[in-house]
Write a protein that binds this ligand. Structure first.
Ligand SMILES: Cc1cc2nc3c(=O)[nH]c(=O)nc-3n(C[C@H](O)[C@H](O)[C@H](O)COP(=O)(O)OP(=O)(O)OC[C@H]3O[C@@H](n4cnc5c(N)ncnc54)[C@H](O)[C@@H]3O)c2cc1C
Length: 444
């Protein structure tokens, strides 16, 4: 057992190192409480992020701390738990050591729970100019940029000059794109002319662009039809069967030749697994995910496990693995904590089985779509269900209370309140990716 290193005191139990304090990683750590193991959690941030409500941070309904929770606070009562802020660069599976920005960290068992990042499919212009929304920082950037552009639009003399600042294009008709475009349309409908007296709601256009023939393609046909209807009722211009071909920061172009002048393209059209280097290339499958067996062990790598968005548990029933949603990561995390103890204690173990609790998405105020098995409903009741589920899923009583109060205020006043530009958003200088990197990216 390797246990010496400057960043970790010696301990007497097997050390389980978890990379990533997201939905999956925290469940592994929690499941190992009071067990005869040392748990080391590493994350490049000091907080867990509740990504399903990022869009409300981006559109000013919630402040960032409402959807984030400090990892140290979460585990302060767990004695066998250690946390380090660390960016893990590489895994050496032979020597069982991680290369991190705070030095090497040895493990006996490794859990890779590093989630996913935005996939621009190798398009470097999109990667540079379009805005992703995978973490709190990116959501706050979107909030700032939307507000900056509204301010900037007032300085333009003609409607044509203003248009790019007030056209917002959301790409990707999955739950994130639907929720984000719906929330921006609410700003347009209820806030724009109140805060900016010179502007009318007709001056602002919100587009949702989707390559397939429907939004929410992974939900039931009823859910996707209703979601599209609700979006159109809100004034979102839903463009279906449309492929984005380019974006230069001034105008977005589509395969059918259309072009929309816009300073703001919000990209929710793809994700890919992210993880440190050192995983053999033949274990990496579609979507840049790590192939695992039905116990979450990386295929052929003893003592290395992967869960959540980064893992692909490919079976006959699931040729593409599980969907990249929080319940998969959480259930795999709980399973893996039990499985690791079975392995360590030499007991027989079981295989992971996913229990699908259903899917839902909200579209502006009052409307949502919910699929729970064969039960499908949409509209006002679905919206209540959506709110209840999301409120109860937030980590921490304070976050639930603050979120609840914010929602009530927003609902009653039609005025989501956190429209602050704390840090002005500006793009960092552009770095060109070498051609070979771009080619690899495109194939992912
Ligand atoms: C905008 C948005 C909305 C979503 N909405 C929903 C929804 O409504 N319902 C739903 O079920 N799912 C939703 N999802 C998906 C859900 O958030 C993911 O499926 C879930 O977060 C996956 O959990 P995970 O533990 O695999 O990874 P994550 O929760 O993403 O956690 C990964 C962690 O790893 C850390 N990390 C990554 N790389 C490193 C490294 N090299 N070194 C150190 N730390 C690292 C990150 O900082 C992060 O904390 C949404 C996702 C997004 C982005």
């Amino acid at each position: 057992m390797m246990n010496t290193q400057p960043t970790q005191p010696n301990r007497k139990f097997p050390r389980i190192v978890i990379i990533g304090g997201g939905f999956g990683g925290i469940e592994v750590a929690k499941g190992l409480k009071n067990k005869a193991v040392d748990v080391v959690l590493l994350d490049r941030n000091n907080h867990h992020t509740f990504q399903p409500l990022l869009y409300q941070v981006a559109t000013g309904t919630l402040d960032a701390p409402s959807i984030a929770f400090p990892l140290r606070k979460m585990f302060r009562k767990q004695e066998n738990f250690t946390f380090r802020i660390a960016d893990v660069k590489a895994v050496d599976t032979e020597r069982k050591v991680l290369d991190t920005d705070i030095g090497p960290i040895a493990y006996d068992y490794l859990v890779i729970a590093t989630g996913a990042t935005t996939n621009f499919f190798g398009n470097q212009d999109l990667e540079y100019y379009a805005m992703p929304m995978k973490n709190v920082k990116e959501a706050v950037n979107i909030r700032s940029f939307l507000l900056q552009n509204m301010e900037e639009s007032l300085l333009k003399a003609t409607p044509e000059e203003r248009a790019p600042y007030l056209n917002v294009v959301v790409v990707g008709g999955g739950p994130t794109g639907v929720e984000l475009s719906g929330a921006i349309a609410e700003i347009r409908n209820h806030i724009l002319s109140k805060d900016y007296h010179e502007l009318k709601k007709e001056d602002m256009n919100v587009y949702l662009v989707e390559g397939q023939s429907k939004v929410l393609a992974n939900l039931s046909p009823q859910a996707s039809e209703k979601a599209e209807l609700y979006l159109r009722e809100l004034g979102v211009k839903v463009l279906l069967n449309v492929q984005v071909t380019g974006y230069d920061g001034e105008a977005i172009t589509f395969a059918d030749g259309r072009r929309i002048p816009t300073k703001t393209v919000l990209w929710s059209a793809g994700v890919k697994g992210q993880f440190p280097t050192g995983i053999p290339a033949d274990r990496i499958v579609r979507g840049n995910r790590i192939r695992v067996d039905e116990t979450c062990q990386v295929v052929g790598l003893q003592d290395v496990f992967a869960i959540g968005d980064v893992a692909a548990m490919i079976t006959e029933d699931l040729p593409n693995g599980h969907p990249g949603v929080a319940p998969v990561a959480q259930q795999q995390g709980r399973f893996l904590a039990r499985h690791l103890m079975h392995v360590i204690e030499g007991q027989p173990t079981t295989r992971f089985r996913y229990f699908d609790k259903g899917s839902m998405a909200t579209v502006g105020r009052n409307k949502a779509v919910v699929d729970i098995g064969k039960i499908r409903f949409q509209g006002f009741f679905a919206w209540w269900v959506w709110m209840f589920v999301h409120l109860m899923s937030l980590v921490g009583f304070r976050n639930r209370l603050v979120t609840f109060i914010n929602w009530v205020i927003s609902y009653v006043t039609f005025n989501a309140g956190i429209r602050l530009i704390i840090h002005k958003f500006s793009r960092p200088p552009r770095r060109e990716a070498p051609d070979d990197v771009a080619a690899v990216e495109q194939n992912r």
